[in-house]
Design a protein around this ligand. Structure first.
Ligand SMILES: Nc1ncnc2c1ncn2[C@@H]1O[C@H](COP(=O)(O)OP(=O)(O)OP(=O)(O)O)[C@@H](O)[C@H]1O
Length: 336
C-alpha cells in the first residue's frame, strides 16, 4: 500500500466512526482583578466561542501563535478549567457542568500529555509509583500484578523495565516524555490532549516521540487533540487541523486541504512562513503587520482584521461565523 493509499484509507475509515468529542460555542475567560478591593475589572477572553468535533480514533491538530488560546481550550475540555459558557459533549454526554465524584469518574476517559514532562513528574516518586498513581485513584489493585502491568507499559513506550525503580531526574527529556505518555495511558483513556508534547525536546528526539504517539493511537484506538505552534509538527500528526487566532477558530480542514489550499488569510500567512526546502514551489511569504491584539480587549468584528492584508470595512463590524465553504473545509472570513 502506498502512503497516499494509506492516508485515503484512514480518512475513509474515520469518516464512518462516531463523534467522541463535541465542543459547542466554548468560552473560557480569565477574570482580571484590579483596584484596592481586587474586583474583577475585565476578562482575558482566552477562548471565545469555539466549536468543533473529533471522531473516535482521529487526531485534530490545534495550531496558532503563542497566546491564541490553544492550551486553555485543551484544559477546559479536560475540565481542568471551568468553562465560562458553551458545552462539552463526550460520547454524547454533557460533561460541561459535572463536578465532584461524577467529574472524577468521567475524567478516567481523558488524559493529558504535557509540554514539560519534567515539571509534570513528581521528583520524589519512583517512576513506577508515578504511573501507578492514576490507576490507584480509581481501583484497588494487587501490588505484584500492578507492577507487572506498569513494567509492560514502560516497555511499550520504549523504556526498560528497570525504569520502574528510578526517578525522573535520571532520564533524558525524551525518556521523561515517554514516562509522561505511559502515565497518560495507564487508565486506558479514550481521549488524550497532547499540549506541545515535543516542543521542549531536542529536534533529534521529537520525531521518535511523535511516531510513538502515532503507533499507540492505532494500538489503543486513541483519539488525540494535538496542540502545537509548529505547523510542520501538526502536519505530521493530524488528520484534521484547526487554526486558532485570538481565542477563535478561523479555519478547520483536513490536513491535505489546509496545506494545499489554505483559505483564511491568517492560515495563508502561517503556511507561507514554513521554510520550503523545494525552491521550485517556494511561495511568496505573507508578512503580517503589527502585533496580536490583547485578548483582554479584542478588536470588534473579525479578530484578525487589524493585521489582515485583505481587510475591508465590513471586517471591523461583524465577526464572521465559521462556515463550511467546501466539503469538510470550514473558514471564518467574509471573503468566502
Ligand atoms: N491563568 C491565567 N490567568 C490569566 N490569563 C491567562 C491565564 N492563562 C493564560 N492566560 C492568557 O490567556 C490567553 C491564552 O493563553 P493560552 O496559554 O491558552 O494560549 P496558547 O495558545 O496555549 O499559548 P502558549 O502556546 O504560549 O501556551 C493568553 O493571553 C494568556 O496570557
Amino acid at each position: 500500500m502506498t502512503t497516499r493509499d494509506f492516508i485515503q484509507d484512514r480518512i475513509d475509515s474515520l469518516e464512518n466512526r462516531d463523534v467522541l468529542l463535541e465542543i459547542q460555542n466554548l468560552k473560557t475567560y480569565y477574570p482580571v482583578k484590579g483596584g484596592f478591593f481586587k474586583r474583577t475589572v475585565g476578562n482575558v477572553k482566552a477562548v471565545d466561542d469555539v466549536s468543533f468535533t473529533i471522531r473516535k480514533g482521529e487526531t485534530l491538530g490545534l495550531v496558532g501563535e503563542s497566546g491564541c488560546g490553544k492550551s486553555t481550550t485543551g484544559r477546559t475540555i479536560l475540565r481542568l478549567l471551568k468553562p465560562t459558557d458553551g458545552k462539552i459533549l463526550f460520547e454524547g454526554k454533557d460533561i460541561t457542568k459535572l463536578s465532584g465524584s461524577k467529574l472524577q469518574r468521567a475524567r478516567r476517559d481523558f488524559q493529558m500529555v504535557f509540554q514539560d514532562p519534567y515539571a509534570s513528574l513528581n521528583p520524589t516518586q519512583m517512576v513506577g509509583d508515578i504511573i501507578a498513581e492514576p490507576i490507584l485513584n480509581y481501583e484497588k489493585r494487587n501490588k505484584k500484578e500492578l507492577e507487572k502491568e506498569i513494567k509492560a507499559l514502560l516497555t511499550r513506550v520504549g523504556l526498560p523495565e528497570s525504569a520502574y525503580y528510578k526517578y525522573a531526574h535520571e532520564f533524558s527529556g525524551g525518556q521523561r516524555q515517554r514516562i509522561g505518555i505511559a502515565r497518560a495511558l495507564a487508565l486506558h483513556p479514550k481521549l488524550i490532549v497532547a499540549d506541545e508534547p515535543v516542543s521542549a525536546l531536542d529536534v533529534s528526539v521529537q520525531s521518535q516521540v511523535l511516531n510513538l504517539l502515532k503507533e499507540l493511537q492505532i494500538e489503543f484506538d486513541l483519539t488525540y487533540l494535538f496542540i502545537a505552534h509548529d505547523l510542520s509538527v501538526v502536519k505530521h500528526m493530524s488528520d484534521r487541523i484547526g487554526v486558532m487566532y485570538l481565542g477563535s477558530l478561523v479555519e478547520v480542514a483536513s490536513n491535505k486541504d489546509l496545506y494545499r489550499e489554505p483559505l483564511h488569510p491568517y492560515t495563508q500567512a502561517l503556511i507561507s512562513a514554513i521554510p520550503e526546502p523545494n525552491t521550485a514551489i517556494r511561495k511568496e511569504r505573507i508578512v503580517l503587520q503589527g502585533d496580536v491584539p490583547s485578548p483582554q480587549n479584542p478588536p470588534s468584528g473579525c479578530p484578525f482584521h487589524t493585521r489582515c492584508p485583505m481587510a475591508m470595512d465590513v471586517c471591523s463590524k461583524e465577526k464572521p461565523p465559521l462556515k463550511e465553504v467546501r466539503p469538510g473545509h470550514h473558514v471564518a472570513c467574509v471573503l468566502y
